[in-house]
Write a protein that binds this ligand. Structure first.
Ligand SMILES: NC(=O)c1ccc[n+]([C@@H]2O[C@H](COP(=O)([O-])OP(=O)(O)OC[C@H]3O[C@@H](n4cnc5c(N)ncnc54)[C@H](O)[C@@H]3O)[C@@H](O)[C@H]2O)c1
Ligand SMILES: O=P(O)(O)OC[C@H](O)CO
Length: 365
């Protein structure tokens, strides 16, 4: 039987003696819950697999932890990121560093995983002369989009343009704490070349975190962004007290809008990304049951508080991505005169920002 998905060849690192490739050095830019969970996997693999520098550096936005000292010192001495991934032991070859330029010094593989609203200053810093190593590659695990009027950009595209290096995308049904506790799951990497597929597969693949490389960089990145908008709709459904049938209907409609949006505005992407891969339907399911966007959207309906208040009260320093993405997506569709084509996305925006009655979610779907 023919395989139902196209996958690249897997990377088999050569032994230290006959290796032709240079040693790869991994840097992780971001240390929230997902940044720390991914850094943990990368550091475990770097310690075990041939072809990698043992030390993995992780960028930490420095802050004082009351009574304990600087966050980097606390992470490096306790080997736990108490603020964003509590109770998860981190490998000792994962080193927290507060200076971005030091994190990426000599790095050949750079994982970008900050909340999407904070990426711009990071790219400014990384694009300064001499900061990046020649031949470095990047991967974005960021879920969001950048909108400027009637234009929309994925983060891998922006990273490639700004840094002048190839950028892949990583996305899947990956709630950070579940991944960090080694519960079995899958992820998808969209890659621009076979070399990128091989390298990034080697960085992240492990028995409990299976990595599937595909060619659709834009599809993986957009799916991760747009599922956060649908997750808000799922939270609204929960907040209004409806059951599984209603939520399933919203997820089905949402998945169709995600795929249609990507096909309309990024025509080279593949519909298989949404129907077959973890970055598509699987991520939508997990996020709509266990994610932060769902949780805050449910509370938004039940309490009448603003999303900013709820983010502060419920997420303990973690960041909501879906509300900003709902606004950005709406602004883009409005600028293109295409809001009617995406009624679910449009209603999520209007309920979140314009006081629309949440029950209107179901009108004309
Ligand atoms: N948490 C998950 O389960 C998960 C899973 C998959 C993908 N993602 C995606 O990963 C990306 C990163 O999210 P996360 O969950 O790791 O972060 P998080 O929400 O857990 O943590 C917030 C992070 O933002 C940083 N931060 C706060 N203010 C900042 C500023 N002004 N400038 C720079 N950084 C600042 C904090 O230091 C912290 O590292 C997001 O796009 C998210 O959608 C998250
Ligand atoms: O907690 P959320 O809603 O930001 O979703 C987390 C991940 O994106 C799920 O894969």
């Amino acid at each position: 039987m023919a395989p139902y998905v196209t996958e690249f060849d897997l990377y088999e690192p050569q032994s230290a003696d006959d290796r032709e490739l240079p040693i790869q050095k991994i840097a992780v830019v971001g240390s929230g819950s997902w940044g720390t969970a991914l850094a943990r996997i990368a550091a475990l693999n770097a310690a075990e697999k041939k072809g990698f520098d043992h030390e993995v550096r992780m960028w930490v936005r420095e802050r004082e932890i009351p009574g304990q000292g600087l966050l980097t010192d606390v992470i490096n001495s306790t080997h736990v990121n108490h603020r964003y991934l509590p109770d998860v032991p981190l490998p000792h070859n994962l080193v927290a560093v507060s200076e971005l330029a030091d994190v990426v010094k000599d790095a050949t593989l750079i994982v970008l995983v900050v909340p999407h609203q904070f990426l711009t200053p990071v790219l400014e810093e990384l694009s300064k002369p001499g900061v990046l190593t020649t031949g470095a590659r990047a991967i974005s695990a960021i879920k969001g989009v950048e909108v400027a009027g009637a234009e929309i950009y994925t983060f891998p595209w922006l990273i490639e343009k700004k840094l002048g290096i190839p950028c892949s995308a990583l996305g899947g049904a990956n709630i950070a704490m579940e991944v960090a506790q080694s519960e079995f799951c899958e992820t998808t990497i969209g890659v621009p070349s076979k070399d990128d597929a091989a390298l990034w597969h080697a960085v992240f693949d492990s028995p409990m975190f299976r990595v599937h490389p595909i060619e659709d960089v834009a599809g993986v990145s957009l799916s991760g962004a747009l599922k956060n908008v649908v997750a808000l709709a799922a939270g609204f459904v929960d907040g209004m007290g409806y059951g599984g049938n209603t939520k399933a209907a919203i997820l089905r409609i949402g998945l169709l809008e995600m795929a249609a949006f990507t096909k309309e505005f990024f025509p080279s992407s593949s519909s298989l990304t949404f129907s077959h891969h973890s970055a598509g339907v699987a991520d939508l399911i997990t996020t709509s049951f266990g994610g932060r966007n769902r949780k805050c959207a449910e509370a938004f309906i039940k309490t009448g508080k603003t999303f900013a208040q709820l983010e502060h009260e419920l997420l303990k320093g973690q960041k909501l991505q879906g509300v900003a993405t709902a606004e950005e997506t709406y602004q883009f569709l409005h600028a293109r005169g295409r809001t009617e084509g995406y009624p679910l996305f449009t209603k999520v925006y209007k309920i979140s920002f314009e006081g629309m009655d949440p029950k209107s979610l179901f009108d004309d779907l």
